[in-house]
Design a protein around this ligand. Structure first.
Ligand SMILES: N[C@@H](CCC(=O)N[C@@H](CS)C(=O)NCC(=O)O)C(=O)O
Length: 239
C-alpha cells in the first residue's frame, strides 16, 4: 500500500520531517499535494470526517483508511513500520518524547518571525520579531541545542545517534533542524556550532546516507524559502 503524505506544496515545512523518514526507508509514498489535483484532495480531507477525526492542519498521513496527523505522531506510527524506531516500547516512547521536544523547538523557531500572529504578515510584526529573535538566539537556541547535544553524548554508542546504536527518525529530524537553522540563522549558527560537535557530526553523517544523499540531490527535496518555518531574514540573525 502506498503511504499518502499530505502537506502544503512549495515549502519543506513540517512535512519534511516525515519525508526524510519515508525517503531513508525507501518507502512507497505519494506527496499528494504536489501532484495534479492534490491540493484539492488535501483540502477535501480537511473538511471531511475520516476515521473519526478531521486533521486540524497538515502534515497528515493516510495509510489506507487511517489518517494520522501531527508530524511527531506520524513518525511514531511510521517509525516501527519503516525500521526507524527502537524495537522496545520504552525506546519507542523515549523517541517520541525527543520528537515532541523537536516539535516544541520548531514552534519556537516559527514564532521568531511570527511572534504576534500566524495570520499577520511578517512586515507587520517586524519590531516584535527582532526582539523575539534576540531572546531566541541568546536563550532558547542554546537551551534546545544543548539539550539535544547532551542526549547524543549520553547515548554515546559508537556512531552518533540520539537513541541506541542504530539510526532512528529522531536522528533524521535532528539533521533537518540543523539544516534549517543554518539557513535561517547563518551567522548565529556559525558562532555556536563549535559548542555542539555531536549535532554537527550527526548532520554530516545523515547527509552521507546513500538514500538521503540521493533525495537531497533530487527534485523531491524542496529548498528553504521565506514562506516556511525556517526563514532567512538578515535582521533576525546575529549581527
Ligand atoms: N503540531 C502540528 C502542527 C501543524 C501545523 O502547524 N501545520 C501548519 C503548517 S507547518 C499549518 O498548516 N497550520 C495551519 C494553522 O495553524 O492554521 C505538527 O507538528 O504537525
Amino acid at each position: 500500500m502506498t503511504y499518502e503524505l499530505y502537506y502544503w506544496d512549495g515549502i519543506p515545512g513540517r512535512g519534511e520531517f516525515v519525508r526524510l523518514a519515508l525517503e531513508q526507508a525507501g518507502a512507497d509514498y505519494a506527496d499528494v499535494a504536489r501532484n495534479d489535483g492534490g491540493m484539492a484532495r488535501m483540502m477535501a480531507i480537511m473538511k471531511t470526517m475520516m476515521g473519526g477525526v478531521t486533521p486540524f492542519a497538515p502534515p497528515f498521513l493516510k495509510d489506507g483508511e487511517l489518517v494520522v496527523s501531527h508530524a511527531a505522531n506520524i513518525l511514531l506510527y511510521l517509525g516501527s513500520r519503516l525500521g526507524l524506531a527502537p524495537e522496545d516500547e520504552a525506546g519507542r516512547i523515549t523517541a517520541h518524547g525527543l520528537q515532541l521536544s523537536i516539535t516544541d523547538f520548531v514552534a519556537e523557531i516559527h514564532d521568531v518571525h511570527h511572534p504576534i500572529g500566524v495570520s499577520l504578515y511578517y512586515e507587520d510584526q517586524n519590531d516584535e520579531a527582532r526582539r523575539r529573535s534576540e531572546n531566541f538566539r541568546e536563550e532558547r537556541l542554546p537551551k534546545f541545542l544543548g539539550y539535544f547535544e547532551r542526549q547524543l553524548r549520553k547515548n554515546g554508542q559508537g556512531q552518533v545517534h540520539a537513541l541506541g546504536a542504530t539510526l532512528t527518525y529522531v536522528d533524521l529530524s535532528l539533521f533537518h533542524l540543523i539544516e534549517g537553522l543554518r539557513y535561517a540563522f547563518p551567522a548565529a549558527m556559525t558562532a555556536v556550532e563549535p559548542d555542539y560537535p555531536l549535532l554537527v557530526a550527526l548532520n554530516a553523517q545523515v547527509r552521507e546516507l546513500p538514500r538521503i544523499k540521493a533525495y537531497l540531490a533530487s527534485a523531491r527535496r524542496l529548498a528553504f524559502n521565506e514562506q516556511g518555518i525556517f526563514r532567512y531574514y538578515p535582521e533576525l540573525d546575529r549581527r
